[in-house]
Design a protein around this ligand. Structure first.
Ligand code: NFS
Ligand code: SF4
Length: 655
């Protein structure tokens, strides 16, 4: 979208509620939208990846004048090194998240975390079966202890056996490919150490070797997030469809409004639970109720499991405070802008940090501890109630914008819905619809917001275009926050935006699941959860590949991160590529300073792994490229099937 006026330039968002807050604010408070403008112009050396600060002789910047760093490193080495260090940071973030949950499980098994329990034993059995753990004669706690021990091995083991969470969740051909290319990781922590060592000054200068190590690192990201998803489901329940609302209009003047922001469900689940028990305290303070609401991926976690409404996504995280109606913002880890503290000071919001590795100077800090999770939740809610008492009676200005949202489509939930159409092989309902041409394929919308592009605009344009073209869409992370806020993650959007094929497919699912849905209808986009739940999206690839009897690079599936921002997004995109999936990124990453590295990402990756990157900032063109990638795959799949039938042979393994 063209930015025309000065005002539009400041308000780089397509979210009407965010625009309303930015336009009406007279406090002069500074947000990311202002800081982005102050930051211009940004450095092109950094932007293209050719700035090296790995040793104290740097920064070395590659230019016409200096075509190598002081040590002689070429642009391709510098770009590759920077890239794979970003992947390492992303994988570390997801690994840390996953390992925190493993730790909590272990504490629970030692009776040291009384607030936690096995909420979903069926999920535990499925995970145990998938890992090949015998279940006979073991109770749930014994079984979970074995699962947790294997998870810990995937973090630390030194043997070259494959990571269990990788080997057991991808098709055999894919695992062979990863082994052949020597990118099957030993374990998450060893690979982090390997990669940091390999990118130290004076180590690896070979860009191809570096990129292969980067892909190995990215696969650790996948392992860490898959462990996080599985164990979170066991502890808190596997998501099922829930309907609620999204955007600033969910805040109410007379409720204690608490935003849960960050990524880890360990504390937020407790806050939601304890908030339901503390209504008397809220009423005593003059509030009608306590209302929890989510931001970023913690928001996704409590949305899909508890039906907690969505407040907003990454880029607009500072803005809900500016309505004057937000009493507390509780943050755990990742994607938390330090800028929230300064904004909170003008609007009486309590910012509460909770984790030892994510503090903000001047904010309240309530140290999270597994052994007293409920007491900590109570303390935090108490702070929010105190803030409400101070706010009571003061003017608030809440934009009355909110939309209906239906979320919570885990693989188990999809299996259930599709099973109503195709009971013996549920996902055949989806492959049949693609084979018949009713659907064009499957696309995952994922990733963040990024001020380089208009907030939420690319997500929305791409979603509408793909819907019109009969693409079945799953969605995670801040892309989901975007769709929820803008009214795309509900049944009304099916009628407004879906093409005839997609509409017919969703209607058929509605009809077959009438009893289960209890009057609700299925949405345009199927929400699979937070960013760690991109593991669920890849499970969908694996299930489809198995259903067709093919390797993942043949599956008509594309991943898209239209507004990618974080190092985690770089990591996720990289494992999608290694696992055979074309991956669109709507903000060109910092690799264009080396045509060699850029070429590997855009082209050579496809020759080796079947997956490849597509950089495209224009959402309309991006949608066209995504459709083209799907078409290539459906066409090839059809041709190979015809040939197999004609000559009575097995389906071609090539892609
Ligand atoms: Ni994913 Fe989720 Fe959002 Fe991006 Fe951040 S919250 S983990 S990184 S910004 S989608
Ligand atoms: Fe410069 Fe080489 Fe040091 Fe990087 S490692 S800062 S290119 S001298």
């Amino acid at each position: 979208m063209a930015i025309t006026s000065e005002q539009d330039k400041k308000v780089r968002t397509a979210d009407k509620a965010a625009i309303s807050v930015l336009n009406h604010d007279s406090s002069g408070v500074e947000t990311a939208f202002d800081r982005y403008l102050k930051m211009q112009p940004q450095c092109n050396f950094g932007r293209t990846g050719v700035c090296c600060r790995i040793c104290l002789q740097g920064p070395c910047r590659i230019s016409k004048k200096a075509d190598k760093g002081i040590c002689g490193a070429h642009a391709y080495t510098i770009v590759a090194r920077n890239l794979i260090r970003a992947i390492t940071a992303g994988a570390s973030a997801h690994g840390d998240h996953g390992r925190h949950i493993v730790h909590t499980v272990m504490e629970m098994l030692k009776e040291k975390a009384p607030a936690y329990s096995i909420e979903d034993p069926q999920k535990l059995y499925r995970v145990a079966d998938r890992l090949g753990i015998a279940r006979e004669g073991k109770n749930d706690r014994e079984l979970l202890a074995e699962v947790a021990a294997l998870a810990l091995e995937d973090f630390i083991k030194d043997s070259t056996d494959p990571c269990r969470w990788l080997e057991s969740t991808v098709v055999e051909e894919r695992m062979q490919k990863l082994e052949e290319c020597n990118i099957s990781p030993r374990s998450i922590h060893t690979t982090i150490a390997e990669t940091m060592a390999q990118t130290h000054m004076g180590m690896d200068a070979d860009p191809v070797n570096l990129i292969f190590q980067g892909l190995k690192m990215a696969l650790c990201d996948y392992v860490g997030m898959h462990i996080a998803t599985d164990l979170s489901d066991i502890l808190f329940g596997t998501p099922k469809p829930v309907t609620t609302e999204a955007n600033f209009g969910i805040m109410e003047e007379d409720t204690v409004n608490i935003a849960l922001h960050g990524h880890n469900p360990l504390l937020s689940e407790m806050i939601v639970r304890v908030a339901r028990q503390m209504s008397a305290e809220a009423e005593a303070a003059g509030a009608r109720a306590i209302k929890c609401m989510g931001i970023c991926c913690t928001g996704n976690e409590v949305l899909m499991r508890q039906g907690v409404p969505v407040l907003t996504n990454f880029l607009s995280q500072e803005l809900p405070m500016m309505t004057g109606a937000l009493d507390a913002m509780v943050v755990d880890v990742q994607c938390i802008m330090p800028g929230i503290k300064a904004v909170s000071e003008c609007f009486n919001t309590r910012i509460v940090t909770t984790m030892p590795n994510a503090k903000i100077p001047g904010a309240y800090h309530v140290a999270f501890a597994e052994e007293e999770a409920e007491a900590k939740a109570r303390e935090i809610i108490g702070l929010a109630i105190d803030a409400f008492k101070e706010r009571k009676g003061k003017v608030v200005s809440i934009p009355q914008i909110k939309h209906k949202v239906t979320a919570g489509f885990s693989m188990e939930a999809l299996d259930d819905l599709l099973g109503a159409v195709s009971p013996d092989q549920p996902f055949k309902a989806l492959t049949d619809a693609i084979d018949s041409g009713q659907l064009r394929g499957v696309v995952l919308l994922a990733g963040c917001n990024n001020l380089r592009v208009l907030q939420d605009h690319s997500h929305n344009e791409i979603i509408r275009e793909l819907a019109r073209n009969d693409v079945f869409m799953v969605i995670t992370g801040c892309a989901a926050g975007s769709a929820a806020k803008m009214g795309l993650m509900n049944d009304e959007a099916v009628e407004k935006y879906a093409g005839e094929g997609l509409k017919a497919f969703i209607h058929k699912l509605n009809e077959a699941n009438k009893d289960k849905l209890e009057g609700n209808k299925l949405p345009l986009l199927f929400h699979m959860g937070s960013c760690v739940d991109n593991s669920r999206a890849y499970d969908l690839v694996t299930v489809l590949a198995r259903q067709w009897g093919i390797d993942s690079p043949k599956v008509p599936f594309v991943a898209s991160a239209p507004e990618a921002m974080s190092e985690k997004a770089v990591s996720i995109g990289s494992w999608f590529v290694a696992l055979g999936i074309p991956t669109h990124v709507g903000v060109v990453p910092e690799v264009t300073g080396s045509s060699l590295v850029n070429g590997i990402a855009l082209q050579i990756a496809e020759d080796v792994y079947g997956g490849y990157f597509i950089w495209e900032e224009d959402p309309v063109k991006a949608a066209q490229k995504i459709l083209k990638a799907l078409n290539e795959r459906t066409w090839k799949l059809k041709l190979h099937r015809q040939m197999a039938e004609k000559y009575d042979t097995a389906l071609s393994k090539s892609y």
